[in-house]
Design a protein around this ligand. Structure first.
Ligand code: ADP
Length: 439
């Protein structure tokens, strides 16, 4: 017990003894000791009950208590209650300050933030940006079902994916020229946070970048064709001392032409969300063409083999798929030293089909694998340049496969070789038609 409380307690005990002692003395003087002591004891008990009642009234009134004056155990109790109430008020004030600071921060955010109840999917709270970006109105939309309130947006299906919902880009229901990026963040057992960000400017910049690359590549095409054409017309035998320079110029102009073609192809792939037209892609002629290309590129330096055990065809764009597969085959030949093996195989299992290009070449260190499909990313600049690479091959492969909802899996071991697998889902498979010629 703290000293102050302890002394109040002792003082009250002392007062009780004094009062009872006084009652005994007065009782003895009037020869009615028991009666006087009983009356005084009753008065003491009554006084305590009165204080108890006062205390109960104070507690139930929920009023702000006044600081007590005087001492004694009841005043000490009042003092402790007064202190507890003051501390609670202080804590509450601090909490309210913190809460309003958080609310002010959330309100000041340029992104729309909507708190949604996970079970009912109703709006619990939203910040000011939700009005300008999503068209939510306060207080009318508090408690409204989110997908119903944001009707034009395809939210119902997206919300049902819950924590697995992928970020979604969509038009704002308020302004059709504004594009929003929506993310769903489950942050507690019962609440989700929907964050909507205006990405219009970002998309415009991205589009400008794409247009710039596409336009520059397009503009470079004609002058390059001219340079290439004239270079081809020059005969090294006319000026034998120029022969090495001429050969180098031809090699470099060839590289630049390939780079421009690859950039144009990438721009075209990036600008489309889906394939413009789809067809059955017959695999035996495709595999035969890949083998021919590998043989031509290898010029007898590698052992090339093709295996076709799938017995089915693919569904998609012949031109894009051929370009992707041929990039993989060309890489396998270029990054495999002479004497190595390149194996192209097309297999089919319960989950789909896979076209694998397996080589016994240099391999890729594991640290490079996560970034290998980025444009111009190279494991070794010198080796890639020597081999005539543009640094865009695997980006093209990735984009083509994305358009076919397929994925690229890479396994590689330095010094032992690599396997690049294009995995297609069952929806991309078609019964194989009968061809006279196989790979
Ligand atoms: P590049 O035109 O330089 O070959 P790619 O995008 O096709 O560009 O490939 C990117 C990089 O990945 C290459 O520079 C090379 O370092 C590495 N790479 C690609 N395929 C293979 C392979 N089969 N074996 C070893 N390394 C490879």
């Amino acid at each position: 017990m703290p000293p102050r409380t302890r002394s109040a307690w002792l003082r009250t005990l002392g007062q009780l003894l004094l009062v009872l002692g006084g009652a005994v003395v007065v009782g003895l003087a009037v020869r009615q000791a028991w009666a006087v002591v009983a009356c005084v004891a009753l008065a003491v008990v009554a006084w305590h009950y009165w204080r108890l009642r006062r205390l109960l009234l104070q507690l139930t009134a929920r009023k702000r208590l006044a600081p007590p004056l005087g001492d004694g155990v009841w005043n000490e109790l009042d003092r402790l209650l007064y202190r507890g109430q003051a501390e609670k008020r202080g804590r509450k004030r601090r909490l309210i300050q913190m809460l309003s600071a958080y609310r002010a921060a959330a309100a000041a955010l340029p992104d729309a933030i909507v708190i949604v109840d996970r079970n009912s999917q109703r709006v619990q709270w939203f910040n000011e940006a939700s009005t300008s970006l999503l068209g939510l109105r306060y207080p009318h939309d508090i408690g409204a079902p989110l997908s119903e309130r944001l009707q034009p947006l395809p939210l119902a299906h997206w919300l049902s994916a819950g924590r697995h919902a992928e970020p979604m880009e969509t038009r704002s229901p308020v302004n059709a020229s504004m594009t929003l990026s929506l993310r769903l963040i489950p942050y507690s057992e019962s609440l989700w946070m929907l964050v909507a960000r205006d990405v219009t400017r970002l998309l415009q910049l991205e589009q400008m970048r794409r247009d710039f690359v596409a336009n520059v590549s397009h503009e470079l095409r004609t002058p390059l064709t001219v340079v290439h054409g004239y270079l081809d017309m020059l005969d090294p035998e006319d000026n034998p001392e120029w022969a090495p320079m001429l050969a180098e110029m031809q090699r470099q102009s060839q590289r630049m032409t390939q780079l421009v073609e690859d950039l144009l192809m990438l721009s075209r792939l990036e600008s489309q969300d889906s394939l413009p037209s789809e067809e059955a892609v017959s695999m035996p002629p495709m595999l035969a063409a890949l083998r021919r290309e590998a043989v031509a590129l290898s010029q007898g330096r590698h052992e090339i083999s093709v295996e076709d055990s799938a017995g089915i065809d693919l569904w998609g764009s012949h031109r894009e798929l051929h370009s992707a597969f041929s990039n993989l085959v060309s890489n396998a030949v270029r990054y495999t030293p002479a004497g190595g093996k390149v194996h192209i195989r097309f297999r089919h299992d319960a989950r789909g089909a896979s076209l694998d290009v397996v080589d016994s070449g240099y391999g890729i260190p594991a640290a490079h694998l996560p970034r290998i499909t980025e444009r111009f990313y190279r494991v070794s600049n010198s080796r890639s340049r020597e081999s005539g690479g543009t640094g865009l091959g695997l980006s093209i492969v990735k984009h083509v496969l994305n358009l076919h909802q397929a994925r690229l899996d890479i396994t590689s071991e330095v010094g032992r070789g690599s396997t690049f697998s294009c995995r297609f889902g069952a929806e991309r498979l078609r019964e194989r038609e009968h061809y006279g010629q196989t790979a």
